[in-house]
Ligand binder design. Structure first.
Ligand code: CMC
Length: 435
């Protein structure tokens, strides 16, 4: 990656009587940054920023977010335009290569991905090691980590060709692995990929087709699936992407790095929120109980939070949630799930949260997970598959960010510091003398 930051000026900081000077850089969009990389050398102090709310970790040219304005751009293109006009594989190409593909590039890319969808036959036996009631995300962490044991010829991170092959393999095989994780827990036979189907249709077929009857892909659901993949494809330096970059900074192979990202995504504050949102709707159960839960969410002494509301970065609205809301209604209409008893609960929760002073003041809007949970349920996915679908879609973002990191000449192993507040130095006390 060619570094493109522009020097804008200088910043000074005086600590403990020592003044340190730092360059201030501008990117293409977004706030300027102060490069404090030499702070320790100049002033003998570290910065402390738990949760990294004011800390950038890298230079990137892939995704831009303006949380205050509700903007999300991939390589400069707004997410709503991509969701409306593009396809997931085109977005994958864009994220990986920086530009939208022309006709022949798109054809070659689609063929390449299609040709990598199958898994090594021995890999299927690997699934059998898991208990049938394992959470599919547990299976994903293990199975994706195991790819490095099957595809040795794409683990040399210093070879650009191997890096690209690993990227293609990951994007292509993730739907096959995700569908197998689902089939395994439901006790149904695995369904092989079909090369004549598009990416989303192929995935739906691998999940829902059974040998006993023909399966016709519903085009409305396939389009919705593709859109859900686009909306989750990348999201700048979030927790799981930062995990992938941090794991990769040590030189770990790409399959191991993506497995680390999947593990991080699993948490309910991140990718697990759509599953948590649906569980919460089921727990609320009926519209008359919504107020009780809103009260709980506002109570400072109650740790309960409304799942599917709020976002670390979007403090105005989540631009993905807007598209997802529309897709949600299209799917509900198509499958006739508008009679789902959870839907009125969801709509009442949305109405109250959008008009309640607490939520308005704290800028807690419904996020993408609120709508994607309802949509995926209507499409027939069980709740524990929701985060798996997020992982499938986010794989391209992780791999594009990993590639960018490896190609960055300024890249070093990630190694944060700390403020130590534990015991000062003390001498070992033999057990007989301890109180
Ligand atoms: N329900 C009730 N109160 C909330 C919620 C919520 N969902 N989210 C934040 N708050 C309150 C919080 O109690 C705090 O109040 P106070 O200032 O009085 O202490 C204030 O809002 C700020 O919260 P925060 O924890 O400092 O915000 P954060 O930026 O660290 O957390 C979040 C962001 C997404 C983790 C959080 O909003 C949350 O836990 N939401 C529910 C889980 C969820 O839906 N996560 C999916 C995020 S989108 C998908 C993704 O990118 O992975």
């Amino acid at each position: 990656m060619e570094n493109k930051v522009k020097l804008k000026g200088k910043a000074q900081m005086t600590v403990n009587g020592r003044t340190a000077e730092f360059p201030v850089y501008s990117g293409t969009l977004g706030p300027d940054v102060v490069d404090i990389g030499t702070l320790y050398k100049q002033a003998d102090v570290f910065t402390l920023d738990p949760g990294f709310t004011s800390t950038g970790s890298c230079e990137s040219q892939i995704t831009f977010i303006d949380g205050d304005e509700g903007v999300l751009l991939h390589r400069g293109y707004p997410i709503d335009q991509l969701a409306e006009k593009s396809s997931f594989l085109e977005v994958c190409y864009l994220l990986l290569h920086g530009e939208l593909p022309n006709e022949s590039q798109a054809k070659t890319f689609n063929t390449t991905i299609t040709r990598h969808t199958m898994l090594h036959a021995q890999f299927d036996r690997f699934f059998e090691g898991f208990r049938r009631d394992a959470h599919p995300m547990a299976v994903m962490v293990g199975a994706v980590g195991a790819l490095s044991a099957f595809y040795h010829d794409s683990t040399d991170i210093n070879d650009p060709v191997q890096r690209l092959v690993a990227s293609h393999r990951m994007i292509a095989k993730m739907p096959t692995i995700a569908a197998r994780a689902y089939k395994y827990t439901s006790g149904q036979p695995f369904v092989s990929p079909r090369n004549e189907l598009d990416y989303a249709s192929n995935f739906l077929r691998m999940c829902f087709s059974v040998p006993a009857e023909d399966y016709a892909v519903n085009p409305v659901l396939a389009r919705a699936m593709d859109r859900i993949f686009i909306l989750h494809a990348d999201h700048e330096q979030n927790a799981s992407t930062s995990t992938v970059r941090l794991a990769g900074s040590s030189g770990a192979n790409p399959f191991a790095c993506i497995a680390a990202g999947i593990a991080c995504l699993w948490g309910p504050s991140h990718g697990g929120a759509n599953e948590a949102a649906l569980k919460m709707l089921s727990e609320i159960g009926t519209v008359d109980r919504v107020h009780e839960y809103v009260k709980k969410a506002k109570d400072k002494n109650d740790p309960f939070r409304l799942m599917g509301f709020g976002h670390r970065v979007y403090k105005n609205y989540d631009p993905r949630a807007k598209v997802m809301q529309k897709t949600c209604h299209e799917v509900l209409k198509e499958v006739g799930a508008e009679s789902d008893p959870l839907l009125p609960v969801a709509m009442e929760l949305e109405r109250i949260a959008l008009s309640d002073e607490y939520f308005i003041e704290k800028k807690l809007y419904p996020n993408i997970d609120f709508y994607s949970g309802i949509t995926l349920k209507a499409m027939g996915f069980p709740t524990d598959m929701f985060t798996v679908l997020f992982a499938l879609a986010r794989t391209v973002g992780w791999i594009a960010q990993w590639q960018e990191m490896i190609e960055d000449p300024t890249q070093r192993i990630g190694r944060p510091r700390q403020i130590y507040t534990g015991a000062p130095r003390r001498d070992y006390v033999p057990m007989s003398q301890r109180g």
